[in-house]
Design a protein around this ligand. Sequence first.
Ligand SMILES: Nc1ncnc2c1ncn2[C@@H]1O[C@H](COP(=O)(O)OP(=O)(O)OP(=O)(O)O)[C@@H](O)[C@H]1O
Ligand SMILES: [Mg+2]
Length: 339
Amino acid sequence: MIEIRDLQIKYDDFIAINDVNFEIKEGEFFTLLGPSGCGKTTTLRSIAGFLKPSKGSINVNGKNIINIPVEKRELGMIFQSYALFPTMSVYDNIAYGLKIEKRSKSQIQERVLELADLVELNEEQLQKNVSDLSGGQQQRVAIARALAKKPNIVLFDEPLSNLDAKLRKQLRLELKRIQRETGMTAIYVTHDQDEALEISDHIAVFNDGKIEQIGTPREIYDHSATEFVCNFIGEANSIGSDLIQYINDHTDKNRFNPEAKHYIREEKIKLWVPSNSQAVPINATVVDGVFYGTFSTYICKALDTTLRIIVKEDGNTTIDSKKELTIYIDPKDILEYGG
Ligand SMILES: Nc1ncnc2c1ncn2[C@@H]1O[C@H](COP(=O)(O)OP(=O)(O)OP(=O)(O)O)[C@@H](O)[C@H]1O
Ligand SMILES: [Mg+2]
């Protein structure tokens, strides 16, 4: 449905994004993820029509839209700052675009009530001024307003980042529900990897104006294509050369290049013999442990490597510091880069 080809965008002489390519299918939740300054907003704004590419094309349903002005692109847009009209009621904010289109009063009312239901705002809230609502409620209004004209494509630029952690978690699940219920195609910008993993069908990981990897959350997490992606998505332990040599010596084939860099994710290291696996047992010493309720983390030292290990709590395991134990690493869980 959306095809971005060889996109380059410049601010004067500065190349903000380069060689950006991706495709989004209809009804997909597609996320642009990356650290501050990597070019996510720039990419989104070019799709919206606020920025003209210096190279490349943006095709929607087979048609290059780069010469179509913003207002004719028929996209919904939701930003970090809610960009609502503060002196108007919630109802009037949501109805705004529909009034401009001169829809009938009853049509407008029907649509506003439908949207209020979708984003879970009640009738009392509809009559309030937006400035009398909480941040989370204002963002619901912004979402409802952006969806009023039933756009097929909706762009989100860090819409939840002004909200506290708990509300963010709640609203992102709701956004996913709203996207599923409406069937819209969502392009969502965030720098929060948990958020991206939780709500996306596909993720494009940006770094310094370029895409490093595109994939499903699972592909990106389990098979990070580059060292950058591996470190940006979730936590990964760097494995030292002595430990890699040890693992090489205890597998059939010397499968790891000692010159390359190696990582393993925290939860992939096991403290008990895993069933059906080729896991290599390794002697380790516990240096520290922290209890977090549903899980604990242990810092363990094995040869030249310090590993942080996550263990799900079952209430029966307490592991003391300085305890010698055996950890298990399955070679298939080791990520290798370069070399
Ligand atoms: N209007 C502008 N003029 C000049 N340079 C800009 C402009 N807007 C962005 N840039 C630069 O382009 C690069 C990409 O910026 P962009 O806003 O797309 O990043 P981002 O990934 O959205 O970051 P953040 O997570 O902080 O919002 C940055 O180096 C930024 O400094
Ligand atoms: Mg941005």
